[in-house]
Design a protein around this ligand. Structure first.
Ligand code: C2E
Ligand code: CA
Ligand code: CA
Length: 397
């Protein structure tokens, strides 16, 4: 690769300097430095970065959290992961990053050396993400997003959640898409974060919920009673009036709260923890389901199980993908499942793409799966067709 721009994310000034010197010896001319995850994210948003050399142990936002945010916001495509910690930790983080679609050029124990770094950098290949994303998040100016929300340029896809025992669809998850006239379909990882940044997330959420509830009504009108999972930004949870508004909206549409499960992921923006827990508890009391989303990632972890009043746990793809081939991952998954069962939480395994993984997961006692193996996210019309077919089959059997 010609002249890559490398960002060194390292909290120790001496190690930062050392890594920079090694890169200079390898003729890397564009080097920037960040001493923690937050600063790294700021830099990534401002400048084109080809490779991030990232230390796992940092104060505030650690390397794992930084990797997740980088993926969500599609800020950098390739990483080299370093740590003084054991290789098991390094490798499992690499597995997570790869499962998320990052190019992991290498996993290096400290101290770094020039030869290993050189091999890692030579592994980088051309773009991983669609060209439309090359310009990264800043192109979503506040006005552009605001107009899109007001002009209803957002639509929802629906991904079925399937019971492996019966083969039936037990619910669908609504996934937002932005149909931008110039750029085409934009995925939510990119625009949800931008909507959060501009303070537009509540407005966007209401537009999407409206659409989802209207769809549920249409399905009910033709005899399809379909439970719906709907994603909520953790930022919205600190606004009690907004959360109350969600409840009103569902009632207005005549939809039973029991049919809706709100999915939330704890992130760094889950700052007002007590307000968020209060909001979730109120939703629970009103009859809604609550799912902890992305369980097993940097933010969503074991601590949440005891503090979020959830009914359901969604196991992230980084825990489930490739589980049939990785004994250590299997162990983690098995223990997580046992814990969730003891806490009385229902489980959904996300990101299931391979039959072998589905079989392992089923053997561990999870029946509910969501993933490309069963269905990709479907347009509303395609989903209606699939639901009709599924309900006909149910009627026959
Ligand atoms: P999520 O809630 O974890 O949703 C699952 C994501 O995994 C979806 O990506 C889905 O298309 C993808 N997926 C499903 N099965 C597979 C599989 O087998 N393999 C792989 N590789 N991926 C699979 P999508 O639609 O791009 O959404 C990304 C994230 O954006 C969602 O992750 C959710 O956190 C957020 N999001 C989506 N819609 C909304 C929304 O309406 N509101 C909010 N606040 N967030 C949303
Ligand atoms: Ca979700
Ligand atoms: Ca998820």
């Amino acid at each position: 690769m010609q002249n890559p721009h490398v960002l060194i994310v390292e909290d120790c000034p001496a190690q930062q300097l050392y890594a920079g010197q090694l890169l200079k010896q390898l003729n890397i001319q564009h080097i920037s430095y960040a001493s923690d995850g937050e600063l790294a994210l700021e830099l990534l948003k401002k400048q084109q970065t080809d490779v991030m050399l990232i230390d796992l142990e940092m104060p505030q936002m650690n390397g794992v959290e930084l990797l997740r945010s980088t993926v969500r916001q599609q800020l950098c495509q390739a990483v080299i992961i370093t740590s003084a910690k054991d290789s098991l930790l390094l490798n499992s983080v690499a597995t997570m990053a790869e499962a998320d679609g990052l190019q992991v050029l290498g996993v290096l124990a400290k101290p770094l050396n020039k030869e290993q770094l050189s091999v890692c950098l030579s592994r980088r290949i051309a773009t991983v993400w669609p060209a439309a994303f090359e310009r990264k998040t800043p192109f979503f100016e506040q006005n552009l997003l605001q107009e899109a929300i007001r002009g209803q340029h957002f639509s929802l896809c629906y991904q079925p959640i399937v019971d492996m025992n019966s083969g039936q669809i037990i619910a669908v998850e609504a996934l937002a898409r932005w149909c931008q006239p110039e750029l085409g379909i934009i995925r939510p990882d990119v625009f949800i974060a931008t909507a959060e940044q501009w303070g537009l997330i509540n407005e966007l959420t209401l537009v999407l919920l409206d659409q989802a509830l209207r769809r549920l009504q249409q399905w009910q009108d033709v005899g399809l009673v379909v439970p719906l999972s709907f994603n909520l930004s953790p930022l919205s949870l600190s606004d009690a009036a907004f959360v109350q508004g969600l409840h009103h909206k569902v009632r207005q549409f005549g939809i039973k709260p029991e049919l809706i499960c709100f999915e939330v992921t704890e992130t760094q923006s889950f700052t007002h923890v007590s307000a968020a827990i209060e909001a979730l508890a109120n939703l629970r009391l009103a009859g809604f389901g609550i799912a902890i989303d992305d369980y097993g990632t940097g933010f969503a972890n074991i601590q949440q199980l005891s503090r979020i009043p959830a009914t359901r746990l969604k196991l992230d793809r980084s825990l489930t993908y490739g589980v049939s081939e990785r004994p250590q991952q299997r162990l983690v998954l098995e223990n997580t499942i046992q814990l969730a069962h003891k806490l009385g939480l229902s489980l959904i395994a996300e990101g299931i793409e391979k039959l072998a993984d589905a079989l392992v997961i089923k053997r561990f006692g999870i029946n509910l799966v969501q993933g490309y193996l069963c269905y990709k996210p479907l347009t509303a019309n395609d989903c209606t067709a699939v639901l009709c077919k599924s309900s006909d089959q149910q009627a026959v059997s």
